[in-house]
Ligand binder design. Structure first.
Ligand code: PLP
Length: 386
């Protein structure tokens, strides 16, 4: 029987050696020696697994982390990267060369890579917002090879139906990659819902302490292993020191995210009842437009929510500046709560018209809920709104 997520987070990818250490040791070395040329060739030519060279990812600390990452997403294989963008770019270069369609809103770096950089290499990209999905079958018929999306999205927490989109894409021979950063594997498992890849900025919930930058790609072995060569030669492999730090964080992933889910729900309810809040966007609220889908495809509603302050952008800025416990900073998923006003950070580069088309108002504040006491966080929001 497959062990539960918390057990996998603690025990997967912890090879036992003669030292008795309960955790995989940290090998900082860049290279590994062999007793003979024959033994070296066995590894180089792929006949035997083994340590070889750290940039290749053939380092026991990195391999141990990847075993844990694969187990956590229920995947056959995982690759660990130096950042979330490294994971995405290696995925796009390997499997997106026939064209990529990005659904909904996505992280700014992803949008820039897809719209401005990959097309210069001859890789076409297409963008469909949530209300334009009727156009997806036609794009797939034209041979687009990879469908990519975040769910929930940033900052509107829009949800996309992973199972339905995967069925449609597969019927046209396309692959599906879900950026599972916002939900984390505790709340959502794209592979179990039919997607081919889960990709993460491990900088966020997986790392969980705002003290490391990393990325991860999980999926079937046949699809993930071709990405390995791109990672190797683009030099995108995670450093072993960071791999050990990330493995340490993963051991506490469920307990952190479950608390963040619970606190986010309490904050969402408190904000919904607040007279100075125009709207609360949180998948856990029964009147949230994507709530039914969230109930079907998510196990928890996440630690991210967006509030819309009455009085517009200037009022939202005043609230952001008045918060004391919520730090004004981009990023998310750490133990400390953060606030960001999307029009000044993640979506600053877009024109006001484009932000409006995407349903992003200047009055929005995106909250990343940390591990502080829920009562203190709600009190902080109330004093800032006051
Ligand atoms: N995906 C999402 C949803 C993100 O929010 C981010 C970064 O904010 C990335 C990917 C990129 O990750 P990284 O900063 O680790 O490269």
């Amino acid at each position: 029987m497959k062990e539960g997520l918390a057990t996998r987070c603690v025990h997967a990818g912890e090879p036992q050696d003669a030292s008795g250490s309960p955790h995989a040791p940290l090998y900082t070395t860049t290279t590994f020696k062999f007793p003979s040329t024959a033994a070296l060739l066995d590894v180089v030519e792929g006949r035997k697994p083994g340590a070889l060279y750290t940039r290749y990812g053939l380092n026991p600390t990195i391999r141990a982390l990847e075993e844990k990452l694969a187990a956590i997403e229920g995947a056959e294989a995982a690759l660990a990267f130096a950042s979330g963008m490294a994971a995405e770019s290696a995925l796009f270069l390997t499997h997106g060369r026939k064209g990529i369609v990005c659904l909904g809103d996505a992280y700014g770096g992803t949008l820039e890579l897809l719209s401005a950089q990959l097309p210069t290499l001859g890789i076409p990209s297409h963008f469909l917002l949530g209300n334009e999905l009727d156009a997806l079958p036609a794009l797939l018929k034209r041979g687009v090879g990879l469908v990519f999306f975040e769910t929930p999205t940033n900052p509107a927490l829009e949800l996309f139906d992973i199972a339905a989109i995967s069925d449609l894409a597969h019927a046209h021979g396309a692959l599906v990659a879900v950026d599972n950063t916002f939900a984390s594997p505790v709340n959502q498992n794209p592979l179990a819902l039919g997607a081919d890849f889960a990709v993460h900025s491990a900088t966020k919930y997986l790392g969980g302490h705002s003290d490391l930058t990393a990325g991860a790609l999980m999926g079937g072995k046949d699809l993930v292993m071709p990405v390995w060569g791109w990672r190797k030669n683009l030099g995108q492999t995670i450093a072993p020191e960071i791999a050990a730090q990330l493995a340490r964080s993963l051991r506490t992933l469920p307990i952190r995210v479950e608390r963040q889910n619970a606190t986010a729900m309490k904050i969402a309810e408190a904000m919904q009842a607040h007279p100075k809040i125009a709207r609360v966007l949180y998948p856990g609220l029964p009147d949230f437009p994507g709530h039914d889908l969230a109930r079907r495809q998510m196990k928890g509603y996440g630690g991210m929510l967006t509030i819309e302050v009455q009085g517009g952008g200037a009022a939202a800025t005043r609230v952001a500046d008045a918060l004391r416990l919520f730090a004004l900073a981009p990023s998310l998923g750490g133990v400390e709560s953060l606030v960001t006003q999307p029009c000044t950070t993640t979506h600053h580069g877009l024109t006001p018209e484009e932000r409006a088309r995407r349903g992003i108002s200047d009055a929005m504040l995106r909250l990343s809920v940390g591990l502080e006491d829920a009562g203190d966080l709600i009190a902080d929001l109330r004093q800032a709104l006051g």
